[in-house]
Design a protein around this ligand. Structure first.
Ligand code: HEC
Length: 135
């Protein structure tokens, strides 16, 4: 009786040790997984970089996040276009080359100093403003 009680106690202690170790392992693996998803092309990091680029550029002279000023609000742009790779490329090119005719007669100025990569980050940020997320 006494002996089996001790065996049971030992077993419980052993189980407790194993489960502690397991949950610690999960924590250890959690961080790299998060880092991997953040580095995907549409990850929060890219969107945040795009937002910073838009804020640092002259976009806000003509675009407000939710109100139409000279150009359409970036939220309206996000509602018009689906968040696809093709649209990211199209909008990035439009940001660099400027132009008119989609939203009206007013012309968007060119941004020849922007790299295609930066313009795509801006486009991803704009497309992320689909009205369902807060920004
Ligand atoms: C001089 C004013 C002006 C500035 C500065 C400007 N835009 Fe625009 N933008 C416009 C106008 C006007 C339109 C609508 C063009 C059209 O109807 O084709 C537009 C359209 C857009 C569109 C939608 C394009 C389309 O074809 O639907 C995006 C995206 C955009 N702008 C992003 C930006 C970003 C990012 C910046 C900063 C790098 C920027 N704009 C700077 C005036 C401006």
């Amino acid at each position: 009786m006494n002996k089996s009680y001790w065996l049971l106690a030992l077993f419980v202690v052993a189980m407790a040790c194993t489960s502690t170790k397991e949950s610690k392992n999960q924590e250890d693996y959690g961080t790299p997984n998060e880092a991997a998803s953040a580095s995907e092309m549409s990850g929060p990091d890219i969107i945040a970089q795009g937002e910073a680029l838009v804020k640092a550029s002259d976009c806000k002279t003509c675009h407000h996040t939710v109100n139409k000023i000279i150009g359409p609000s970036h939220t309206d742009v996000a509602k018009k276009y689906e968040f696809t790779e093709a649209n990211v490329k199209y909008l990035a090119e439009k940001i660099i080359k400027g132009g008119s005719g989609v939203w009206g007669e007013v012309v968007m100025t060119t941004h020849p100093d922007l790299s295609q990569a930066d313009a795509e980050k801006m486009a991803r940020y704009v497309l992320s403003l689909d009205g369902e997320k807060e920004h």
